[in-house]
Design a protein around this ligand. Structure first.
Ligand code: ATP
Ligand code: MG
Length: 358
């Protein structure tokens, strides 16, 4: 089994460098425990790259990414670059990476941590025990479908887009959904609007066909409107939710909001060849440089890397358990602090997590 991995590390802007530093410290500890070696190559991206090179994604950075097994990304953006034209801004660097690496799936876990139930906008009895993953398709759908446009027809302005999915796009995302479910609670909810849309009819048909190879996984279909409601009413019942680009855009934000802790949410974006790991949150310019950012979302993103790229799920579980224990023991960064808990900074939080990895 592969034990050596090339990791492209792109800290970016704002709190990016601080939280990436934490994730690398945790990775070092886990690497020793499991006999893994990581070869890190650092790349400039976002505002940091604009300042050095004028380009939010310098070719050197893209090269590092393309030669890597996985990319660990912090965050980009900040006031300093807000007045640049859209295609020169830090965020453009991230969009270009996603496109260049042909990342077709976005995985966003949402998990309710018992000591943080208060942060959720939902009642504790509803949010308690939530442990789900939203898998969003990224290459197809109304985002890229042709024809698209705005024009004048019969003296009236019209705007239009095309919602389209190819069989192969649905197949590969469905396969990934069933694979993910196999290592979890073995349930997939496929979300569409098959009562209204032809494209959803195809989606449903293909998902059913792929399911034939995964008899051990339960499959249910749900309309997007119903799913949006059930996520609020009984979020515990979901395990893996798989859906198209636009429904996934909405549902993944909704699922993220369930737990109420931005600093706790990791993500992975997967392609045929590359994998990209980043926290959900942005560069948090308001607290950048203060050393108080919550590193957990980024550390959990590194844990996803250990599971998906390195295929060492035990290492990911170690990290997750350590984080659960740290929270149980009352340690909190400012964003998740509440009266009666111990306030710690980024470095202290990281050290407490490392102590508990064992
Ligand atoms: P984006 O950059 O993705 O558009 P945004 O600018 O709306 O997002 P963030 O940069 O994620 O949002 O920050 C939103 C708020 O959450 C800020 O007040 C920020 O300080 C806080 N925040 C975000 N991430 C963290 C974190 N890891 N630790 C502590 N606070 C955070
Ligand atoms: Mg931001």
């Amino acid at each position: 089994m592969k034990k050596h991995f090339k990791i492209a590390v792109l800290p970016g802007d704002g709190i990016g460098p601080e939280i990436i530093d934490s994730a690398l410290k945790v990775l070092d500890v886990v690497a020793k425990k499991y006999g893994l070696t990581f070869e890190y190559k650092f790349g400039l991206v976002g505002g940091a790259a604009i300042d050095e090179t004028g380009d939010p994604l310098p070719s050197e950075t893209l090269k590092i990414c393309k030669e890597s097994d996985a990319i660990l990304f912090g965050a980009v953006g900040g006031e300093k670059w807000d007045n640049l034209p859209t295609d020169k801004r830090p965020e453009k660097g991230l969009l270009r990476i996603r496109k260049e690496l042909e990342l077709f799936a976005n995985i966003r876990p949402a998990k309710a941590y018992e000591p943080l139930l208060d942060a959720s906008p939902l009642k504790p009895e509803i949010i308690k025990g939530v442990d789900l993953v939203v898998l969003r398709e990224l290459t197809g759908d109304v985002y890229f479908g042709e024809p698209r446009g705005r024009e004048v027809r019969n003296g009236e302005r019209v705007g239009y887009n095309t919602m389209i999915y190819y069989e192969h796009e649905v197949k590969r995302i469905a396969k990934l959904a069933f694979e993910l479910a196999r290592n979890r609670r073995k349930k997939v909810t496929s979300v569409d609007k098959a009562n209204v849309l032809e494209v959803s009819g195809l989606w449903r048909e293909v998902v059913n066909e792929v399911h034939a190879d995964y008899a051990d996984v339960e499959l249910e279909h749900m309309y997007i409107d119903n799913c949006a409601m059930q996520l609020i009413r009984r979020p515990k019942d979901f395990d893996v939710i798989v859906t198209g680009n636009i429904f996934g855009d909405i549902i993944s934000d909704e699922a993220g909001a369930l737990t109420g802790s931005l600093g706790m949410l990791p993500s992975a974006s997967i392609g045929e060849r590359y994998a990209f790991y980043e926290p959900i949150h942005g560069s948090a310019p308001d607290i950048a440089g203060k050393g108080i950012a919550n590193p957990i979302a980024t550390i959990l993103s590194a844990a996803m890397m250990l599971e998906i790229t390195c295929k060492v799920p035990e290492a990911a579980r170690d990290i997750e358990r350590a984080i659960e224990k740290v929270l149980e023991d009352g340690y909190r960064t400012g964003d998740i602090w509440s009266p009666g808990t111990k306030r710690v900074n980024t470095v202290e939080m990281t050290e407490e997590i490392i102590k508990r990895i064992g």
